[in-house]
Design a protein around this ligand. Structure first.
Ligand code: ADP
Ligand code: ZN
Length: 737
């Protein structure tokens, strides 16, 4: 290898590998199986490595390539990814190049020269390029030590992506007698595995299968009631994050793109109807963080290696579990938490069934099976990971994964809502179809609001009988009734009116079903927060570091993540490294990246720290394990505050105990509730300086605009009510719910 160091020469190979992991890549430790696979490869035993997307397959040949004297050939069908991978390797200071049909003649010639001069550690090739006789002849004359076959499932006709040229690789492999063969894939079905082993002559002893459980993906399946609204609600929690939304049809993609654009989101479409140039441009925009969201058909994703995709939404139902798994797998490659939302409806399932019915014979049978498996996954009343992993032949036995809607108590089922609907409808009738939703709901929950008393509506027989739902849930019931065409808004005053369908419900002749989501979007457990995520990093500094990264990426014409991953910047914004030495301890900073980009980032950090009087914190290499034992005290503060409050301490008392402002305590309590705890609402009202009327006015606004965000309410009230007051009302409402 070219960048070998004398110190390396006497080390055992696996120690060299570990050394390179730290020095070149700046990573702390190998992930599960990486070490075993690399050890096997270094001993020149042909190996099959099966790991999920994002599992870290690339390192398994990249590190050996630096230890071997000769060349490592990497065969990959994904032409669009080769440049990206080579760019990444170059950023790490590794000598790599690629050959495929996308190269201009001059570039092609350059790479050929580099090969002839033995300058490369790694050469990426498309299979059809490798099979050309001139290339084969050239390579046969060189010392090739490793022959890596990426996406090895392409060899199998059973795989979802069979490529005939891959079949011929078995023969080519035999030409490189001295090279160890490493086949890698993220496809785990036993049939495909067997096919790969058979065609390449691999033995089971050298097969390594990693778990397909992607711990950092939060899996959530909800019933599709209003997909656009549900999507926007979700996006509100994912501001400025990268994500993909999958739709069934091109038309849906176009429509949703427009809708989201109209709602102020940064979004671009992607589907086969757009034409090559547009597609490439939109994909690039996404990879380079110029746009947050891609709305796409399944055509999108194969050539995407973006590590920081934070969410995937299935706006429509995927075809089968395998595609679902593959698509959500594009999120969270960097190991940080990512959210997967699946909007499910029986209508969508019906659509898929329609297409299945067009098929015949075995094809039809297979598709039916696939759909059934997907339905089992959706309908299962158990941890989502059980069915998902079962599909890949893996048994998931953890009691609570902490990262799915079921395990965190977020599941929502269609339930019989007839009785509540009858209460709602009869209240509309009793108030002569003159009032809007809020008034009807206030009667049902027994509000003492002025306008209720004014109309003597506290005397109605339905007054206060709606305890089964909170305000938000009544709103959902109301939406459900609108959706099912049971109530409508009157043309004149917007009062709710019954439609002809409503009578049957009132009389009990027709039962209603719908979804009332309890505690929507609230997580009770977050088991899988990685250690880096639980760091209390400085958000402002993180933003500055990201800006610097974007700037450098622009100058070099590469995606930002090639400069540094998010995880790296997050650690910088926590440890505030201010010397080259401490920078090297940061996750993802190896020697070359330090040399190339270190100063630019050190400048940002140093300036920020001087301005804000911040000191560097020491990070020990591999200190990640220690972090767990040393949780950041501030993140726990809101739990202590919540407990104290519930044990009877007042807010002023708590504030003086911690020597903080009362508004801080209120913030802490809000967080406490958002974490899924509850607090008693009784004494909260007293905290407010607002008049009763003023208080009610704010409550109504929150009801209209949602209780999560303060700014919309602040603006809707003409900026007249200060934020501190809004926080009190917000807390009051959250506590009530
Ligand atoms: P795959 O090819 O299996 O989909 P990659 O090789 O692209 O996965 O790796 C996914 C991400 O994980 C990359 O950003 C890579 O840098 C990172 N990674 C791989 N191995 C490690 C490790 N041992 N420590 C930290 N990060 C790693
Ligand atoms: Zn679970």
């Amino acid at each position: 290898m070219q960048n070998s160091e004398t110190t390396l020469d006497n080390m055992p190979d696996i120690q060299k590998a570990e050394h390179l992991l730290h020095e070149v890549f700046g990573f702390e430790e190998f992930r599960s199986l990486q070490k075993d696979i690399i050890e096997n490869v270094l001993q020149k035993r042909d190996t099959l490595a099966i790991m999920p997307t994002g599992g870290g397959k690339s390192l398994c040949f990249q590190i050996p390539s630096l230890i071997f004297d000769g060349l490592t050939i990497v065969v990959s069908p994904l032409i669009s990814l080769m440049k990206d991978q080579v760019d990444q390797l170059t950023a790490y200071g590794i000598s790599a190049a690629f050959l495929n049909s996308s190269l201009a003649p001059r570039e092609y010639q350059n790479t050929m020269d580099q090969i002839r001069r033995n300058e490369l550690d790694l050469l990426y090739l498309a299979p059809e390029t490798l099979l050309k006789s001139n290339i084969l002849n050239l390579l046969s004359g060189l010392q090739v030590d490793c022959f890596a076959i990426d996406e090895a499932h392409c060899i199998s006709e059973w795989g979802h992506d069979f490529r005939p040229e891959y079949r011929q690789l078995a023969e080519v492999k035999n030409r490189f007698d001295d090279a160890v063969c490493l086949a890698l894939t993220a496809t785990a079905t036993p049939q495909v595995q067997k096919d790969i082993s058979n065609s390449l002559g691999l033995t089971d002893a050298n097969k390594f299968v990693a778990s397909f459980n992607r711990k950092n993906l939060y899996l959530n399946v909800i019933t599709k009631t209003g997909p656009l609204r549900q999507t926007i609600e979700f996006l509100e929690d994912h501001k400025e994050q990268s994500g993909i939304i999958y739709c069934f049809s091109r038309k849906q993609v176009d429509e949703l793109t427009l809708d989201l654009e109209a709602n102020g989101y940064s979004v671009l479409p992607y589907h086969a109807g757009l034409g090559e140039a547009r597609r490439v441009k939109n994909q690039e925009g996404f990879i380079r963080d110029e746009v947050d969201i891609i709305v796409a058909t399944i055509a999108f994703g194969m050539g995407i290696d973006k590590p920081d995709v934070r969410f995937v939404i299935h706006y429509d139902m995927p075809k089968n579990i395998e595609s679902y798994y593959q698509q959500i797998g594009r999120a969270g490659r960097d190991g940080l938490q990512a959210d997967c939302l699946f909007l499910f409806s029986y209508g969508d399932a019906g659509k898929i069934r329609y297409f299945i019915n067009e098929k015949t014979g075995e094809e039809r049978q297979i598709s039916e099976e696939h759909l059934q498996q997907l339905m089992d996954f959706v309908e299962a009343q158990q941890c989502r990971r059980i069915k998902l992993l079962e599909y890949f032949g893996e048994k998931f036995t953890e009691e609570n994964c902490g990262m799915c809607d079921y395990c965190t108590g977020d599941v929502s089922d269609s339930e019989n809502i007839t009785v509540s609907a009858q209460k709602f409808l009869s209240t509309i009738v009793r108030t002569e179809q003159r009032f809007g939703f809020h008034h009807i709901k206030n009667i049902l929950v027994g509000s003492r609001r002025k306008e209720i008393l004014k109309f003597n509506h506290d005397q109605l027989s339905t007054y206060g009988i709606g305890n089964e739902y909170n305000r938000k849930e009544w709103k959902q019931l109301y939406r459900e009734l609108m959706r099912q065409d049971i109530v409508e808004r009157g043309a004149e005053h917007g009062g709710l009116k019954l439609t002809p369908k409503a009578m049957a419900v009132l009389k009990g002749e027709h039962e209603l079903f719908g979804v009332i989501e309890k505690q929507e979007r609230k997580r009770t457990v977050k088991a899988s927060k990685s250690e880096i995520e639980s760091l209390d990093f400085d958000l402002k500094l993180l933003k500055l570091l990201k800006e610097k990264r974007t700037e450098l990426a622009g100058e070099e014409g590469v995606p930002p993540y090639i400069i540094f991953a998010d995880t790296t910047l997050m650690e910088m914004a926590y440890y505030f490294p201010q010397s080259e030495e401490s920078l090297l301890k940061i996750h993802g900073v190896g020697k070359t990246k330090r040399q190339r980009y270190g100063d630019a980032f050190l400048d940002v950090i140093t300036e920020y720290c001087t301005q804000h009087n911040l000191q560097e914190k020491t990070k020990k290499r591999s200190s990640r394990k220690n972090l767990k034992k040393n949780p950041i005290s501030r993140s726990k503060r809101h739990h202590q505050v919540g407990q104290r409050y519930n044990e009877g301490e007042s807010i002023p008392e708590i504030a003086s105990f911690y020597e903080v402002k009362e508004s801080t305590v209120i913030n802490n309590l809000t967080k406490f509730i958002q974490d899924g705890h509850s607090i008693r609402p009784d004494r909260l009202r007293e905290l407010s300086d607002l008049s009763n009327e003023g208080f009610e006015r704010v409550v109504t606004k929150f009801e209209e605009l949602g209780v999560e965000l303060l700014k919309p309410v602040f603006e809707a009230l003409d900026e007249q009510v200060p934020y501190d007051e809004l926080r009190v009302v917000q807390l009051y409402m959250m506590a009530e719910e």
